[in-house]
Design a protein around this ligand. Structure first.
Ligand code: NG6
Ligand code: CA
Length: 504
């Protein structure tokens, strides 16, 4: 009799576990680079059509008030992966291509949340969070710590940005296709070796610089930083998106039977913009428009792969961007000349680098057909919230000292609540805070306008206060009219800064 009960119990326990496991979704975070609030058709773009991204928005939730934590890449990526604002830690600004790993391997990460609960995890695409211990990566040896020491089982990444050396892929702990007889050398301070630079040999460039980008020439493009060697390892700019997408597809296919988490950080639509054959010239807006089409295509490929494996229903896809848009980011790629009526930041003011909302308010879509009904949400939400939200989804309890800037917004992500975060911090040159649709930008000394990227940076020596409900474009500074509001928000900002320290 006893054995009978025991076996019933075991069967029941198995069923319960299985049931729980079946319900756990696969999760894919698709993270674009520099894709603006107005760059995709489901957020209002007219000249550019992004049918695959629109498909996710149509069947999922389109957030209209979601933010990256920063107006540039490295700090936003630091925050989305750790649940901690990057401005808590020194040295988390735009990282050079040979920076040491910026995230402490002891720190909780989004990948660890999934790995701890039995998911297989992968980081594919742009990293830009440094690699290696103090002194940076050993390009010709074992490159660690990196994503794999932060909870990613698989790592297939470009170290920094498309426009930064070294232009090689890191697969696991090694440079892919490296010939040991031709070692990679990288220097960010002085020229290393004999390879020509954009500055010395502009006649060799196929894409000219409009600002900077005049150091080592790789594939006809002047880059930031100097490099030589690793000839067999150098990526092909024109097929890189395809290559990374294929890696993502094979990761999904290989893990179709178990829950997986994929962080797919596309290097599109950052400079240098080099659309593949299928997309070159297709947008009528030059390479910037073409790589938006290419990014949309790669999203479509992932959607199709999930469809073909029968995984669509129980896969959550979250798509967003690391910061707002920029048109001329340092190359003469016709982006400005061909922009026409297109508004990369939609109705928002400023863009990448800016304290105005154009810098951080970004497309943010959640699709999970099994659990999320379609709709839109104006809930104020930050990418820093994903760590605690995913922990909550997987019933993981976190300590107070882990992901301490992250709020559990899982109900908002699943469309069960439209409640806003009580406040949200934006980081450009200084910090801004949004609460109840009021936005305060703390006074700072930085320039108000960047003449090279033609960006309104939103900096001012005066306090700025905007009512985002009636003035989404932040045109009317109401600071002198509402001194109490200014006081209240600046006090809250100071309190948040003091809670865990800051360097800004
Ligand atoms: C800037 C680069 C810009 C881009 C940016 C980082 C110049 C003139 N400008 O310094 O092209 O690389 O850094 O972008 O070199 S981010 O999206 O990775 O933050
Ligand atoms: Ca970026």
């Amino acid at each position: 009799m006893k054995t009978y009960y025991l076996s019933v119990l075991i069967t029941l326990a198995c069923c319960i576990t299985l049931h729980a496991q079946q319900k756990r979704p696969n999760v894919i975070v698709i993270y674009a680079d520099d894709l603006g609030y107005g760059d995709v058709s489901c957020y209002g773009a007219k000249r550019i059509k992004t049918p695959h991204i629109d498909q996710l928005a149509n069947r999922g939730i389109k957030f209209t008030n979601a933010h990256a934590t920063s107006a540039t890449c490295t700090p936003s990526r630091f925050s989305i992966l750790t649940g901690v604002y990057a401005w808590r830690k020194k040295g988390t600004g735009i990282a050079p291509g040979n920076a040491a790993l910026l995230i402490d391997t002891a720190q909780l990460t989004m990948a660890k949340i999934f790995k701890q609960t039995g998911y297989t995890t992968a980081a594919i695409g742009k990293w830009h969070l440094g690699l290696g211990g103090q002194g940076g990566p050993d390009w010709n040896g074992e490159i660690k710590p990196g994503p794999q020491e932060l909870g990613f089982d698989k790592s297939y990444i470009i170290p920094a940005t498309l426009d930064r050396v070294p232009c090689v892929i890191i697969a696991g702990h090694r440079v892919e296709n490296l010939d040991p007889k031709d070692p990679v050398n990288v220097d960010y301070h002085q020229k290393t070796g004999e390879w020509p630079t954009g500055k010395g040999h502009p006649e060799l460039l196929t894409m000219k610089s409009s600002n900077g980008h005049d150091q080592t020439i790789i594939n006809g493009i002047g880059r930031i930083g100097y490099m030589t060697g690793g000839k067999t390892a150098i990526w092909d700019d024109y097929t890189l998106t395809e290559k990374l997408t294929a890696q993502a597809e094979s990761f999904i296919t290989a893990n179709q039977a178990n829950p997986f988490f994929l962080y797919f950080a596309s290097p599109n639509i950052h400079v240098s913009r080099t659309p593949g054959k299928l997309f070159a010239g297709k947008s009528g807006m030059g390479p910037r428009g073409d790589v938006i089409l290419e990014f949309d295509w790669s999203v479509g490929r992932l959607i199709k792969t999930l469809d073909s494996l029968g995984l669509t229903k129980n896969t959550m896809i979250l798509l967003s961007s690391d910061n707002g848009p920029v048109v001329d980011d340092g190359y003469q790629d016709e982006a400005e000349a061909l922009i026409g009526e297109h508004q990369p930041a939609g109705p928002l003011r400023g863009g990448k680098y800016s304290a105005f909302d154009g810098g951080t308010r970004v497309p943010f879509i959640v699709s999970w057909p099994a659990a999320v009904k379609s709709g839109t949400s104006d809930a104020l939400i930050s990418q820093v919230d994903l760590v605690r939200s995913f922990a909550s989804l997987l019933n993981q309890k976190l300590n107070a000292d882990q992901a301490y800037n992250s709020f559990d917004m899982i109900n908002q992500l699943l469309g069960k609540s439209r409640k806003s975060r009580p406040y949200l911090i934006e980081d450009a040159n200084g910090l801004g805070i949004i609460a109840d649709n009021w936005k305060y930008i703390a006074p700072n000394d930085a320039a108000a306008y960047d003449y090279t990227t033609k960006t309104e940076l939103g900096n001012s020596k005066e306090p700025q206060l905007y009512n985002l409900s009636s003035d989404i474009a932040e045109r009317k500074n109401l600071a002198s009219q509402y001194p109490d509001k200014v006081k209240q928000l600046s006090k809250k900002l100071q309190q948040v800064k003091d809670e865990h320290g800051y360097h800004l």
